[in-house]
Design a protein around this ligand. Structure first.
Ligand code: HMG
Length: 386
């Protein structure tokens, strides 16, 4: 019998604050329908001063380790493009906050929005060699573009934590995958910049081109046919991108698009925005939380990271996935948020990370278990709140 490995558990975390895109539309004198219908977005998650990729990540993973324990987790892979240090892995802070044992390795991975998928592929290979072990993969990012740029409305943030293990309780991942790598400058962020540089229209074309190539490679490697899937999850920089991607894939395969192919997988992303590495997996959680009829169903997954690397892969939803969702928690995280006014959004956006070693003490805004209390002497100080 083939070994079944995949995503055993998955949980997300977002900050307590969001900006309604109606506020941005009014401030910039833009018809709000451009955001609601044109790019398919309603709100974007905004981190307060005491939230960063580490607190988002630790808060995402906490329910998994609290509810299911830490046994056999011997690796933490932290995927991000919002790095806080050129040398030390953000995974080490999370390892400490989650109280993981010293014989558990901790590493950070980068390739734009794609690296969580690379982390999962590495984890699958590792577990095949070490059956019984578990790998904690965390995708955590804060998407930030220049103010008053066309990309501003496609910001957002969030983290998804996934336990990769044998006989997974959520989704078993198939062996066949299709990848595409190509050196392009569609989106990048040099080390000296806080915001990304992007060639917006070109990036959307590259996304579709990479999808086509990755799909072809997936087919060449023995993947499922288009008509085998009832649900598709895409990397969602904005939800309209996923709709366009799905139309493109259907056209290539001479098929009709059904709205139900993608709609459940977009519910959360529409009100959270682009969470970069976490975005595809947030879409997967959105699908699993919002459909109760997925047991045994094959689901298609498309990961895209600018620059670019893309991967088309798939999995089969486990029979007892309904019992292991964190759905109530996820829905509460979204419904119990506070809307920001434009000035507070700007204040959070501008909050600096000191570059000269000076100290900052952050006000308590974060509602999670872990917060960034401050920075002192170039060292980030994380605390546990409760
Ligand atoms: P823009 O120039 O503001 O948008 O930039 P636009 O003028 O093209 O309008 C967008 C859509 O709204 C258009 O529809 C308009 O017609 C429509 P489309 O032609 O595309 O179907 N529209 C309206 N609809 C209804 N009512 C109205 C109205 N007005 C206009 N009144 C862009 C849009 C996405 C380029 C910009 O926001 C941007 O640069 N975003 C960042 C880049 C991005 O998200 N790229 C996605 C692909 S790359 C990727 O996914 C990787 C990434 O996640 C990073 C990583 O990998 O690390 C970004």
């Amino acid at each position: 019998m083939t070994q079944s490995i995949g995503i055993d558990l998955l949980s997300f975390y977002i900050p307590q604050y969001y900006l309604d895109l109606g506020v941005l539309a009014e401030r910039n004198n833009i018809d709000v329908n451009k955001f609601h219908r044109g790019i398919g977005q309603e709100q974007m998650a905004i981190p307060p001063h005491d939230e960063d990729i580490v607190t988002l990540a630790a808060n995402a993973a906490y329910p998994i380790v609290e509810q299911y324990g830490r046994d056999n987790i011997d690796t933490v892979l932290f995927a991000t493009e919002t790095g806080i240090d050129q040398s030390k892995a953000a995974a080490i802070y999370v390892h400490k906050l989650l109280d993981l044992p010293a014989n558990c390795r901790a590493v950070e991975l980068k390739q734009a929005c794609y690296s969580a998928t690379a982390a999962i592929q590495m984890a699958l290979g590792y577990i095949a060699r070490h059956p019984g072990k578990k790998v904690l993969v965390i995708a955590s990012d804060i998407s930030r573009y220049d103010l008053d740029s066309p990309a501003e409305a496609t910001q957002g943030c969030g983290a998804v934590a996934m336990l990769i293990a044998e006989n997974p309780r959520m989704i078993a991942l198939d062996l066949a995958t299709g990848t595409h790598t190509e050196d392009v400058m569609d989106f990048w962020r040099p080390n000296y910049r806080k915001t990304a540089l992007v060639d917006g229209k070109f990036s959307t074309q590259m996304y579709l081109r990479a999808l086509e190539h990755a799909w072809q490679d997936y087919q060449d490697n023995g993947g499922h046919a288009y008509s085998d899937f009832t649900h598709y999850c895409y990397h969602l920089p904005f939800s309209k991108m996923g709709i366009k991607a799905h139309q493109h894939l259907a056209r290539i395969n001479e098929q009709e698009v059904q709205e139900s192919d993608t709609d459940a997988g977009m519910i959360y992303n529409r009100v959270i925005g682009n969470s970069y590495t976490a975005s595809l997996y947030l879409s997967l959680i959105s699908l699993l939380d919002n459909r109760d009829d997925l047991a045994g169903q094959p689901v298609a997954l498309f990961s895209y990271g600018s620059g670019c690397v893309a991967e088309f892969f798939s999995g089969v939803v486990s029979d007892d996935y309904l019992e292991h969702r964190f759905r109530t928690r996820h829905q509460r995280l979204i419904s119990e948020r506070e809307a920001l006014d434009y000035d507070t959004y700007l204040e959070y956006w501008h909050h600096p990370d000191p570059t000269d070693g000076s100290s900052v003490t952050n006000p308590t805004c974060n509602r999670g278990t872990f917060r960034l209390a401050g920075i002192d002497g170039h060292k980030r100080q994380y605390t546990r709140c409760c």
